[in-house]
Write a protein that binds this ligand. Structure first.
Ligand SMILES: [Zn+2]
Length: 236
């Protein structure tokens, strides 16, 4: 069979496959059309963007006041239960949809490079404990950070910070317990990579801010380092 004919059959085959098993939107579950990936255009248009990075002293930055010196802090989406944001975060974290994380990271990065945060030097995702990384297979914050890194044109440094203590899931703990839970669990493994740099810490969700605070506290121990933070979603 010539390459051309094979190509036609291959094209038809893929279309037939899509007819019976269509790729669906991670937001609404509807079939995606040609040119769409992960999310349909109407879900992309309906994403509850915060635009916090275009505001002076937004609600994320005030969470760190008096706790840790943060240059800027922001999030891409508003987080509320039973909304598209909760659904997407769940898929990124528990359903293996790391590509969705990267795509949302790209959208976020496009906004960040036009914002006050465009002067950051390096991008550091909140690390998982090695045991968690092994069981999940990937770090969702790292995939979000990959998208941000690509669009902002800033280097991603995933091995600079490590999580030394394995903590239990934080979802059922109250704010105070969460705070206790992360204090001192991170360590800067490669100080030479962050020295004198303005590091942007990336997390999937920011709630109390305690995880980001714990990361920032360690990074700020390195000479001349400053920190900002960006989470894909923020619970308010
Ligand atoms: Zn959709």
């Amino acid at each position: 069979m010539s390459n051309k004919v094979f190509g036609i059959f291959k094209g038809i085959g893929l279309d037939l496959l899509n007819l019976f098993y269509p790729a669906t939107c991670c937001g609404c579950g509807e079939a995606l059309i040609k040119g769409e990936s992960q999310l349909c255009l109407s879900c992309i248009a309906a994403l509850p963007r915060t635009h916090f990075h275009d505001m002076e002293e937004n609600t994320i930055e005030t969470r760190f006041f008096g706790k840790v010196k943060m240059e800027y802090a922001t999030s891409f989406l508003h987080f509320e239960k039973k909304t598209i944001t909760q659904r997407l975060l769940h898929e990124i974290k528990y359903d293996g949809k790391k590509e969705l994380g990267k795509m949302l990271g790209c959208f976020f990065g496009n906004e960040l490079k036009e914002s006050r945060l465009n002067n950051i030097d390096i991008i550091i995702p909140v690390p998982l404990h090695p045991n968690k990384l092994k069981s999940r297979g990937y770090n969702q914050s790292e995939w979000i950070a990959m998208g941000i890194s690509e669009t902002m044109g800033k280097p991603l440094i995933s091995d600079a910070l490590i999580r030394e203590v394995e903590t239990n899931t934080q979802t059922k703990k109250n704010a105070f317990e969460r705070w206790e839970n992360v204090d001192g669990i991170f360590r800067v493994a490669l100080p030479e990579k962050v020295k004198g740099k303005h590091a942007l810490i990336i997390d999937d969700v920011v709630t109390t801010g305690s995880t980001i605070e714990a990361c920032a506290t360690e990074l700020l121990k390195i000479d001349g380092t400053t920190v900002s933070a960006a989470a894909l979603a923020a619970a308010e």
